[in-house]
Design a protein around this ligand. Structure first.
Ligand code: NAD
Length: 418
């Protein structure tokens, strides 16, 4: 999350928009609307700490573009949060909801704080303070936040409660990622990974790669990575040969039992010491001759330094921004099929959207209904991006930008904005 000019995430986001606008031949006003957030809120949040002192936190909410529908995107609690990171993520949310064909725009929020050093009470007061600052500017018809880095279903429930207290009526659809029973949706837990597996399955078919018995390596073993491990096995018949977290990388060429590794991590806090695999370095994990590599940890994991070592046929970017622009060029030149983040991980926001829909109807779907609706959305999203890549003879990343940006540009034009 470095925001020096050399690697400012919002500048990176804008560079991709500039390129897509040029390819699509969009006019200057449309281009300017696409490369800037429509609204931003910067605010302070005073919080009474447990020791009696008051600490003042800095918060942000960016509403990037609502031409296709209400803004949608998470809230991050992070010590290194910056407005440019929030702007970039709000921008990518706009493309993510567009590429998945959800009737939504893009938003993101953040608070500069270190949630790991805060008590539960302090976190609750911070969450409620955030909501007091934005309550009059969000809502299910306007802007719908969700959990993101270091924010949880519990934090969403506190925020929803604060919002409803201010407004004086029930509106669970103001926020998604809530606990099931407080308006949360079944199927949200594994939705990001499930969507990524559906996209990888269809990409493999399109590029003639057989996933049955194929090998998969996963970087990151948290929410996205753990579900990816079990679902790749379950839905495609491929085998997980390597996984890693911050403490250790594990390799077993005969295949790892994803559920067993998960149970080990739960019991021991990390993958370190798992007995049924060889420990390797993270650099070795990236360089394995596998069919599918899944970055599911943090941004900037695949860089100009390690991109050339990658031998995978497909990279499924479950993490946001795992590949730097320089690395992307190297992967493209090597002919590796890269499933870009805002397509590959769009399953999460898709089920968040289903959560809002269920909240509006006050009627809840079964897990099977959610999974089926997610599969339909992912199949169509991949098809539209793949067809564009064939039409324009470009990478799937460039094609995903073209599909997403064109839809937002068209929506602005029909509204008469540009
Ligand atoms: P998480 O915190 O649950 O898991 C992250 C995992 O990555 C942990 O196992 C951690 O040990 C590992 N990790 C972190 N730094 C690492 C490093 N340097 N080397 C190796 N492992 C490392 O987070 P998550 O929810 O699984 O999210 C992972 C990524 O997916 C993020 O980029 C997130 O923005 C993206 N994403 C998640 C969702 C979702 O629904 N969870 C949706 C869209 C995108």
């Amino acid at each position: 999350m470095c925001t020096t000019d050399a690697y400012n995430p919002f500048k990176v986001a804008q560079a991709a928009i500039d390129e897509a606008c040029q390819t699509l031949g969009l006019d200057e006003a449309t281009h300017q609307m696409l490369r800037n957030p429509m609204k931003e809120f910067h605010f302070t949040i005073p919080v009474k700490m447990d020791d009696g002192s008051v600490k003042v936190f800095q918060g942000f909410r960016v509403q990037y573009n609502n031409s296709r529908g209400p803004n949608k995107g998470g809230i991050r609690f992070h010590p290194e949060e910056t407005i440019d990171t929030v702007r970039a993520l709000a921008c990518w949310m706009t493309w993510k909801t567009s590429v998945a064909d959800l009737p939504l725009g893009g938003g993101k929020g953040g608070v500069i704080c270190d949630p790991k050093s805060m008590s539960e009470g302090e976190l609750e007061r911070l969450a409620r303070g955030f909501m007091r600052q934005v309550a009059h500017y969000i809502g299910h018809k306007n802007d719908v936040p969700a959990p993101d880095v270091y924010t949880t279903p519990q934090i969403m429930a506190w925020m929803m409660d604060e919002y409803e207290t201010i407004k004086g009526y029930s509106e669970p659809g103001v926020i998604t990622g809530k606990p099931v029973g407080n308006g949360g949706s079944l199927g949200r837990g594994d939705a990001t990974a499930r969507g990524g597996v559906y996209i990888t399955r269809d990409a493999a078919k399109a590029y003639g790669i057989d996933l049955k018995g194929a090998t998969v390596a996963i970087q990151g073993f948290g929410n996205a990575g753990q579900f990816a491990a079990t679902l790749f096995e379950e839905l495609t018949g491929s085998k997980i040969v390597a996984v890693c977290d911050t403490k250790a990388a594990l390799y077993n060429p005969d295949g790892l039992d994803a559920k067993d590794v998960q149970a080990y991590k739960l019991a021991n806090g990390s993958l370190k010491g798992y007995p049924k695999a060889k420990e390797i370095s993270q650099a070795e994990l990236f360089a394995l001759k596998v069919d599918v590599l899944v970055p599911a940890a943090l941004e900037n994991s695949i860089t100009a330094e390690n991109a050339d070592s990658i031998q995978a046929k497909i990279i499924c970017e479950l993490a946001n921004g795992p590949t730097t622009p320089e690395a992307d060029k190297i992967l493209d030149a090597k002919g590796i099929v890269v499933l870009p983040d805002f397509l590959a991980n769009s399953g999460g926001v898709t089920v968040s959207y289903f959560e809002s829909v269920q909240n509006e109807y006050n009627y809840y779907w079964t897990a099977e209904e959610v999974d089926k609706a997610l599969e339909n959305k992912m199949v169509n999203a991949f098809k539209s991006v793949y067809d564009m890549s064939v039409d324009k003879k470009c990478s799937l990343r460039k094609a995903a930008y073209l599909v997403a940006i064109k839809k937002v540009a068209d929506a602005m034009k029909f509204r008469g904005w540009v």
